[in-house]
Design a protein around this ligand. Structure first.
Ligand code: IPE
Ligand code: IPE
Ligand code: MG
Length: 248
């Protein structure tokens, strides 16, 4: 395992979530079409996945396509979908070699049928792996996720299987797309914008947030390691005082 010398192996975030933003601007700076930036971004995905697996991070959630991104020009949406499919096909062997388990969150039924099929195959093929969980947020929106959870919980109540008073935070979490995954400890957004853009609204309530000016295609091993080091310098208080934490 290629551990980075300064990283404290005892304080590795369990779950890192990334808003991979800045591909389009990165390409525009180079007088190239936006898809050129998305293609370069795939290289960053490969590198960050490898580092995350090496560091022993349990879950890496990558925001690859939001529910709002369907509003982009059709050619860009189509290009992103075909990039996604190529990525999945090309990366399957590497995922198997590196013990990576693929999972996804989002309104997957909106994805083109061939993409859904490829996703399903890769999820099945990697289901027995117990290393890094690579969790792709696809056609994902935090509000849509909470809405569908409320609908499902409402149906349980209507069927008499659940009492409204028994709805607690755990019940809600169990009906999100992310059921079973730990909450993100570290949420990174590249590309210089300081907003969540509908990402993991429920799950990020106590995530450490890092906004990086680096455009996603330039976000490689070093930038990712720096983000982990930044996380390790923070004190997570969860409402308590610093003194309480230090005295245990
Ligand atoms: C993020 O990069 C990738 C996706 C949203 C799919 P953008 O395409 O949003 O890049 P910018 O923000 O326009 O630079
Ligand atoms: C967020 O980026 C979605 C992904 C990275 C997949 P956007 O570029 O779509 O976000 P906004 O629209 O600028 O907030
Ligand atoms: Mg963007």
């Amino acid at each position: 395992m290629a551990q980075h010398k300064e990283i404290d192996p005892a304080r590795i975030p369990r779950h890192v979530a990334i808003v991979m933003d800045g591909n389009g601007r990165w390409a525009e700076c180079r007088h190239q079409p936006r898809l050129f930036g998305h293609r370069a971004g795939v290289e960053s995905v490969q590198e960050v996945v490898t580092v995350a697996a090496d560091l022993g991070i349990q879950v890496l959630t990558l925001y690859a396509f939001s529910s709002e991104n369907w509003k982009r020009p059709q050619a860009e949406v189509g290009g992103l979908m075909s990039l996604l499919k190529t990525f999945l096909v090309r990366e399957l062997d590497r995922m198997l070699q590196n013990n990576v388990r693929l999972s996804c969150i989002g309104d997957l039924l909106r994805l083109p049928a061939d993409v859904q099929e490829t996703l399903e195959q890769s999820i099945k093929a990697t289901a027995a792996n117990n290393g890094l969980i690579l969790n792709l947020a696809l056609s994902y929106g935090g509000r849509a996720e909470i809405t569908q959870a409320v609908q499902r919980i409402g149906r349980l109540c209507q069927a008499g299987e659940l009492r409204p008073d028994d709805i607690d935070e755990e019940v809600i979490a169990d009906h999100l797309y992310s059921a079973g995954l730990p909450d993100p400890d570290l949420l990174i957004r590249t590309g210089g914008e300081a907003r969540l853009s509908n990402f993991l609204l429920w799950q990020s309530s106590y995530a450490e947030i890092l906004f990086s000016k680096v455009m996603w295609p330039d976000f490689r091993r070093e930038a990712f390691v720096d983000a982990i080091l930044d996380f390790q310098r923070r004190e997570r208080r969860f409402g308590k005082t610093g003194a309480q934490l230090r005295t245990g």
